[in-house]
Design a protein around this ligand. Structure first.
Ligand SMILES: [Ca+2]
Ligand SMILES: [Ca+2]
Ligand SMILES: [Ca+2]
Length: 182
């Protein structure tokens, strides 16, 4: 019988641990649950030749759009170029996006250049994803994504038209930081 005691103790430990991940954790930020924000991956460019200059280079970029009616604090959210690997880059503290506004995240793997620089780049030959995930305290919900994007020409973006919609269109030179129109 003495064999069963550690087994039972182990199982109780596993059950207690599993109980922490049942999606019922409290949002301790005082704000809305990060799963409910209306932020879209609105536009992106994988081969930036001359469309948008940053620190003397032309990096890949991703435009985020807040379709909601209040400012969203993205601090602690996650972005990735693979939906299978959500925890690729955590958005630093202080990154917010006002209602109806746009921000640019440079996908240049130059995280030492500031809080708007992701740790990954976008493959111009396609086949990658872009994912935006919520807070650890909300079990990292997928907020928006683009799956298995294709090949884009140099200085051609792929953009939701109108902003936040499901209609993607290529746009020569893109409209980084501004409405996609349509
Ligand atoms: Ca690229
Ligand atoms: Ca990549
Ligand atoms: Ca745009």
């Amino acid at each position: 019988m003495y064999v069963r005691l550690p087994t039972a103790t182990f199982l109780l430990g596993v059950m207690a641990f599993a109980g922490c991940g049942d999606g019922k954790k409290k949002d301790d930020t005082g704000g809305p649950d990060s799963a409910n924000v209306e932020v879209f991956i609105n536009e992106f460019m994988t081969d930036n030749g001359a469309a948008l200059l940053d620190n003397g280079t032309y990096p890949d970029w991703i435009e985020l759009y807040n379709a909601g009616s209040s400012t969203v604090d993205l601090s602690g959210f996650w972005m990735s170029d693979s939906l299978d690997d959500p925890f690729n880059w955590q958005i630093p503290n202080g990154v917010t996006i006002e209602a109806g506004q746009f921000i640019i995240i440079f996908a240049d793997a130059d995280t030492d250049q500031g809080e708007y620089h992701a740790s990954f780049q976008l493959d111009q030959s396609g086949g990658e994803d872009i994912g935006l995930f919520g807070l650890n305290t909300d079990d990292n919900p997928l907020i928006d994504s683009v799956s298995d994007f294709g090949v884009l020409a140099e200085d051609e973006s792929l953009a939701r038209q109108p902003d936040g919609s499901g209609n993607w269109q290529p746009v020569v030179m893109g409209t980084p930081g501004a409405s996609n129109g349509g």
